[in-house]
Ligand binder design. Structure first.
Ligand code: CO8
Length: 372
């Protein structure tokens, strides 16, 4: 049967951090560190920390601001990460809370309620806990039936989950699937590292996937095809995990949060993503130039421009490949879904486009959709 995306939803955190605020906090942190280690720096035993700059961030990435769930902790130069209150087991967890918010909006758009959902996929670059699965908590909070499970493919978590959702509906394993991507990136970003402190923002996206013959919403997108690929690389990595305690690791060790070889990633992703999209479209008998829109992963403005140039030979104007990273920064797996959420209303029935993520792994997932 034909399968459609019949609704999208977005949870946007209440606080904005501008680049100017971010850089001021980082520079204050660097000054504090340099004062604390002045003797070692003077003796040549330690390198001083250098200041960050708004101009660098905007030129290198295109990011102008980011949304975060907790602003005070991130901007406190004596802390430099968010502060979250631990919650009792009886209370809805934070990740589930933002997922439920995004899910309700997606359900409303699809004209559905939680009771219509019979599978929940919670897919994101980081899970708040080991178990029980976040998806099962979200399923209960929404009054959904069926089953739920968590999955993680870093920045490609949303597109990889979309393929699982489409297949579940196609095979009859579920009739209506909720995919949620709660990305609390502020908790795994190293805000004390000038090379990457500007990269991420918090958000949650939700998608409803169902059979076309049960869909009643006004805005339906038939899924023409999905294609996934992975290729191992440590160029984007985070070694946080359940074995850290047994390894006697310090939770502040640099490799227990996000780290990357940004230049190498940039170089690898452009040819890999362009070839992936081209190959996927060819399998469907389609050409890149026939696509009305590319909703691409939102990590770097320049990277998306290169991918589009390779695909269609032209500039990546907002008409072809809308950017949301200026406002949201990199939101891991949610980025391409935010672009799809905000930038599809102007397309007409019959128009086609590609949702495509690129992420750690490496991982690339593309979903070709057509407006009904
Ligand atoms: N302020 C001022 N100066 C700075 C700062 C700062 N905050 N940070 C670095 N600099 C300086 C450096 O010291 C360096 O100085 P010098 O030239 O004197 O040595 C200079 O600026 C250049 O530094 P970089 O080479 O590190 O800077 P880049 O131009 O490479 O920009 C980026 C850094 C923006 C991170 C860039 O490398 C990038 O975006 N890379 C792509 C990777 C990416 O987007 N990562 C984001 C998270 S991972 C993700 O979302 C998935 C991506 C795709 C996965 C691939 C799947 C196939």
């Amino acid at each position: 049967p034909a399968v459609v995306i019949s609704g999208t939803g977005l949870y946007r955190p209440p606080h904005v951090i501008t680049n100017a605020e971010l850089v001021a906090a980082f520079n204050a942190y660097a000054d504090l560190q340099n004062a604390e280690h002045a003797a070692a720096i003077a003796a040549g035993e330690r390198q001083p920390l250098t200041h960050s700059s708004v101009e660098f961030i905007e030129k290198a990435s295109g990011i102008k601001q980011r949304y975060v769930i907790d602003k005070a902790g991130v901007l406190d130069p004596a802390r430099m990460y968010p502060r979250f209150e631990p919650r009792p087991d009886e209370q809805l967890s934070l990740m589930a809370e933002i997922a439920v918010d995004a899910a309700r909006k997606a359900l409303a758009q699809a004209g559905k309620t939680g009771a219509d959902v019979d599978a929940v996929l919670c897919s994101s670059a980081n899970m708040q806990r080991a178990y029980p699965a976040m998806a099962v908590e979200i399923q209960q909070a929404l009054g959904a039936g069926g089953y739920g499970f968590d999955m993680n493919v870093a920045c490609s978590s949303a597109t990889f989950a979309l393929e699982q959702a489409v297949n579940a509906v196609r095979t009859g394993s579920a009739r209506c699937v909720l995919v949620v991507n709660p990305e609390i990136t502020s908790a795994h970003l190293e805000w004390r590292d000038r090379d990457c402190h500007f990269i991420f923002g918090d958000v949650c996206t939700a998608l409803i996937v169902e059979r076309a013959d049960t869909a009643t919403g006004a805005d339906q997108w038939e899924v023409l095809g999905t294609q996934l690929v992975t290729q191992f690389s440590s160029n984007i990595r985070n070694n946080f995990g359940f074995m850290n305690r047994a390894e006697d690791r310090d939770p502040n060790d640099r490799d227990l949060t996000f780290y990357q070889e940004g230049r190498k990633v940039f170089k690898d992703v452009v040819p890999m993503a362009a070839a992936h999209i081209e190959g996927h479209l060819a399998k469907l008998g389609l050409e890149p130039t026939q696509m009305r829109r590319f909703w691409l992963h939102q990590a770097n403005q320049g990277m998306n421009q290169f991918v589009i140039r390779k695909l269609v030979g032209g500039e990546a104007g907002s008409e072809i490949a809308p950017l949301i990273l200026d406002e949201y920064a990199n939101t891991a797996s949610a980025g391409s879904i935010i672009a799809f959420h905000h930038h599809r209303a102007d397309l007409a029935a019959g128009d086609t486009g590609v949702i495509c993520s690129f992420g750690a792994g490496y991982s690339i997932g593309s979903v070709v959709v057509k407006k009904r």
